[in-house]
Design a protein around this ligand. Structure first.
Ligand code: AMP
Length: 235
């Protein structure tokens, strides 16, 4: 399937070689990570999750890692400067040359402005910002029930997405699973407050730039993925 931003040359050179640079945004638990991972399988460009990058840093247990962990566990954002540096270095890696899917970044207006500056220095233009819209009452239930495979990261949910065989990952056969420490009621409430105060202002910012595309995120994973595909496909 040809995407709107895929040139004839991309098609000839490599059918997966898409110069597609997009952002998934929306409240915590709206499904941006799930959809970004799902899209990555269909179009073969890397999924850059700042949350995952920070959790990896936190797991190292270094002084910086511990500082990050305390912020994440309380549902607070890490400083803009730190995350911008981290992301800029990641985008310079070789696997991003045909594009990327950003998930969880930008999360503040200064991050949105820094992204634009950073990309223009690298000669990259953002193609679209996809906002996945889900009401708050659905978000809490989604987050409190979610967990993931420790080996491959495949996401599951107590009610909505159970593994086919109890205790065994559908994707890799792994048998160890984990829940995020910040997926508890108090922290999620704080994450929602921070989303509204700090992240939401980036939505009108991208809308003014003509980059915003909104998707109703309340359906099944497949149904939402179909809507995203139709936004990205040639009409
Ligand atoms: P996520 O996996 O996207 O839900 O992110 C988990 C946590 O990592 C957030 O609650 C923040 O504490 C931190 N985080 C992730 N991305 C960013 C960002 N772009 N700016 C600041 N903090 C972030």
């Amino acid at each position: 399937k040809k995407l709107r931003w895929q040139t004839e040359r991309d098609v000839k050179m490599n059918k997966d070689g898409l110069g597609l640079h997009i952002v998934f945004t929306g409240a915590p638990g709206c499904g941006k990570g799930t959809q970004a991972r799902f899209l990555k399988e269909r179009i073969a460009i890397p999924h850059l999750s700042t949350g995952e990058m920070l959790r990896a840093e936190a797991a190292k247990g270094t002084p910086l890692g511990l500082e990050i962990k305390a912020l994440i566990d309380g549902g607070n954002l890490v400083p803009d400067e730190m995350i911008i540096k981290m992301l800029s270095a990641r985008i310079d890696e070789d696997d991003c040359k045909n594009g990327f899917i950003l998930d969880g970044f930008p999360r503040t207006l200064p991050q949105a402005e820094a992204l634009e500056k950073m990309l223009s220095k690298k000669g990259i233009t953002l193609d679209a910002v996809i906002e996945i819209q889900v009401p708050d009452e659905i978000i809490m239930e989604r987050i409190l029930g979610r967990y993931a495979c420790m080996t491959c990261g495949q996401g599951y949910h107590d009610k909505y997405q159970k593994p086919k065989v109890y205790g065994v990952c559908d994707k890799c056969g792994g048998t160890d699973f984990y829940r995020r420490i910040d997926d508890n009621r108090t922290t999620v409430q704080n994450r929602l407050v921070n989303y509204r105060a700090l992240t939401y202002p980036t939505i009108p910012y991208f809308e003014k730039k003509g980059l915003l595309r909104c998707v109703d995120g309340t359906g099944s994973i497949d149904a939402v993925a179909k809507k995203i595909d139709s936004l990205l496909a040639v009409a």
